[in-house]
Structure formats: structure tokens, C-alpha cells
Write a protein that binds this ligand. Structure first.
Ligand SMILES: Cc1cc2nc3c(=O)[nH]c(=O)nc-3n(C[C@H](O)[C@H](O)[C@H](O)COP(=O)(O)O)c2cc1C
Length: 367
């Protein structure tokens, strides 16, 4: 299957199925000399791990990462970094029931149509577990970006109709509640909503917001490799994401030019800044130096315990009740995935932008 690689210079290739032997990533194009160890990656992976609250699958997976190559004496060597998480709890028997029918909202039907058969164990390649490789690769990108003073932070903005209040915004709270909200009060309301959804044997969606701080202007390649175009591709490639917006996003459709344009000015040191940031930090596909702000819409978990109508592989109408373990919401576990894909895209575009002028090339060659 083609399509498992992303990026130009900093490139990730994810591999593995939900219930295969293991799942992982090869990161190619990471510069040499970055301090990197398994704990750096594990911190990120722990944020997408199931079984951390009653809202995440109680499947007891360790998801411990091993770095197989590309790191020597605690530093990246410039060669491919291969990372694996071995699947410890392979229980394909949990999934044999789904082998013969198509779960609504899942990729079962389309995989069968395209390939003629599918690895039905937990959704195989279309499983949320595929994102382990993305998160491991994203952790490497985020570490390198941090060395440049660039930080990428994502969090839950809303679950169903419960949204965070920016007056109570506290990023430090994000990891201390089960819904990854940087607002404790909203987190409690979201938890109530999830309890109700679980009681109804149903699920709910939400919005993840991601902010990149410390950006400089000039990153992004017109026209087909625009920064926003690449971010959109990166985010939309994550399972269950059905929409993305940058800056004011879909709101621009109802705004006037006069209240959507960001006026330019300079700060006390003479640096060009914008008075507002409706553009979300990107103009003409190139970073403008403001924070990059994007939002991703996540659909409700497709596996619900309510009875549903579907068809079997012989196309007969049937009623099904999905068993197994499924989260009533995907949003909290996808937060770190959005962060990872954003970090990979920003780093890749930054590396691409290093050859944008003759003087930059001369500086590199003369050094
Ligand atoms: C981190 C993550 C975890 C997920 N966990 C589940 C899950 O527990 N149950 C489920 O039905 N879908 C889950 N999904 C979503 C499905 O993988 C996805 O909706 C399905 O493959 C169909 O793809 P599409 O929604 O992109 O069209 C998860 C997705 C992500 C990104």
C-alpha cells in the first residue's frame, strides 16, 4: 500500500497493524546531533495511551517504544531512526465477529472494495493504533523544534457542545483531566456529557486546537507546498478528523475585509508584528511570524454499543451490536497526534525553506 510516508526532508514512514506483531515508524532526514533517548519518545506516547481513564479503552497496552537505529551515544546520527512498539495484547478473537460485515463509520467497506480483503483485527492499518508511529516521529520533530525555540501545543477545545472558556485557560491543566482540556470547569462538564453518552451506548466528537509559538516569518513554499496546505494534509490524514481550519477558519465566510485583515505594525524593537491574528500565522502559504493557530474537527467514535443497521459481505441487511472496548470520544487521545503531525510539518517546511535565497546557500557553503 503506497501512501504511508509523509514529509519531504524530515520524512516519516509509519508501518504496522493494530493486532500485528508491532507498530512503528522510520524517521528519515533527522539532522545529526540531536539528543534523543527512548524516554523522550515515551512521554509523548503515554499521552495517547488507552486505559488512562474510564473514557479510554481499558485495553492494558504498555506501548513501550524501542529505538532500533539512528541513535548512538544519546545523539541522532543523521541516519534513519527506526522505532517500534511491540503489540503485547493481540486478541484477534475479539474481532472475528466484524470479519464478515461492515461497521458503519469504519473503513471496513472501503478497504474490502479497494484490496479485495482486509486485516479485520481491530481495523488493521486503519486503526487508531497507526498513530503510534506518527506520535513517535512527532516527538523527534518537537525536540528539534524546541532547540529553535518553537513550541507546538494542542489541547481539547470542545467535546460535543462543551467548550473551554479562554478566561480560564491554563495549559498546565491539560494533562490533569481525562479530556485534555486546559480549563478544569469545562473538563468537568465534558466528563458529565461523556457519562451520559456512555449510558446511552453512544459517542461524541469535538474540536482540537493547536498553537505553534516561537515561529519566524518566511517558512512555507508557494504554491503547492504552502504551509497551510501541508498542515491540512497532515491533519486530515489522521483517522476520524473530518475538518481543519487555520486562524479565523470557516468564520471568514461571514466576515468583512475590514474586520478580517490583520493590520501590521512594529514592536518596541522594530520587529514587524500584526495587531490581530485572524490569518492564523500564515499569509500566502508562508509563516508571517505570528503564532500558527489551527483547529481540527474530530468525529464521534464510530464503534458504538447501540444496535446499528449495516450489511454483511454478501450485502444482506443485518442488525449488529459491536462488542469489545471503545472510547466514547476520540478527541483526548488524538490531541497528541495533532501535535505530532503539526510538529513534523513545521520542521519539514522549515528545513525546505533553508534554501530559499542565494545568501542562505552562500552562508551554508562558506561556513
Ligand atoms: C487516536 C485515535 C484513536 C481511535 N480510537 C478509536 C476507537 O477506539 N474506536 C473507534 O471506533 N474508532 C477509533 N478511531 C477512529 C477510526 O480509526 C477511524 O474513524 C476509522 O478508521 C475510519 O476512518 P475515518 O474516520 O478517517 O474515515 C481512532 C482514531 C484515532 C486517531
Amino acid at each position: 500500500m503506497a501512501g504511508s510516508s509523509f514529509g519531504n526532508i524530515f520524512k516519516i514512514s509509519t508501518w504496522g497493524e493494530s493486532h500485528g506483531k508491532g507498530i512503528g515508524v522510520v524517521v528519515d532526514g533527522c539532522p545529526a546531533g540531536l539528543n534523543l533517548c527512548e524516554e523522550d519518545i515515551q512521554k509523548y506516547l503515554n499521552r495517547r495511551k488507552p486505559g488512562q481513564s474510564k473514557y479510554t479503552t481499558p485495553r492494558s497496552e504498555d506501548d513501550m517504544v524501542e529505538i532500533l537505529s539512528g541513535v548512538f551515544e544519546g545523539k541522532t546520527t543523521g541516519t534513519p531512526i527506526s522505532m517500534v512498539v511491540f503489540n503485547k495484547t493481540q486478541r484477534p478473537s475479539d474481532y472475528t465477529q466484524i470479519a464478515n460485515y461492515y461497521r458503519p463509520g469504519h473503513a471496513d467497506y472501503t478497504f474490502d472494495e479497494k484490496y479485495g480483503f482486509r486485516d479485520y483485527r481491530g481495523g488493521g492499518r486503519s486503526s487508531g493504533r497507526e498513530t503510534i508511529g506518527r506520535v513517535a516521529g512527532g516527538a523527534v520533530a518537537a525536540l528539534l523544534l524546541e532547540e529553535l525555540g518553537i513550541k507546538v501545543n494542542a489541547y481539547t477545545k470542545s467535546i460535543g457542545n462543551v467548550s473551554i472558556d479562554y478566561d480560564r485557560f491554563d495549559l498546565a491543566m491539560r494533562d490533569s483531566n481525562p479530556v485534555s482540556m486546559p480549563d478544569e470547569e469545562a473538563a468537568k462538564l465534558a466528563a458529565e456529557l461523556l457519562d451520559n453518552k456512555m449510558a446511552d451506548l453512544d459517542s461524541v466528537g469535538g474540536v482540537i486546537e493547536c498553537v505553534v509559538t516561537g515561529m519566524k516569518s518566511g517558512i512555507g513554499e508557494p504554491v503547492f507546498e504552502k504551509l497551510d496546505a501541508n498542515l491540512a494534509k497532515a491533519i486530515m490524514s489522521i483517522g476520524a478528523i473530518k475538518g481543519i481550519e487555520v486562524g479565523a477558519g470557516f468564520e471568514v465566510a461571514t466576515k468583512s475585509g475590514s474586520n478580517n485583515n490583520d493590520s501590521f505594525t512594529t514592536d518596541s524593537e522594530g520587529n514587524v508584528i500584526k495587531r490581530t491574528n485572524y490569518a492564523g500565522g500564515i499569509l500566502g502559504g508562508i509563516s508571517d511570524g505570528s503564532d500558527i493557530v489551527l483547529r481540527a474537527a474530530v468525529k464521534p467514535t464510530p464503534s458504538i454499543f447501540k444496535e446499528q443497521k449495516t450489511i454483511n459481505r454478501s450485502h444482506e441487511d443485518i442488525d449488529i451490536k459491536i462488542k469489545g472496548r471503545h472510547d466514547p470520544v476520540i478527541v483526548p487521545r488524538a490531541v497528541v497526534v495533532v501535535e505530532a503531525m503539526t510538529a513534523i510539518t513545521i520542521l519539514d517546511m522549515l528545513l525546505l525553506s533553508m534554501t530559499s535565497t542565494v545568501s542562505k546557500i552562500k552562508n551554508f557553503f562558506k561556513e
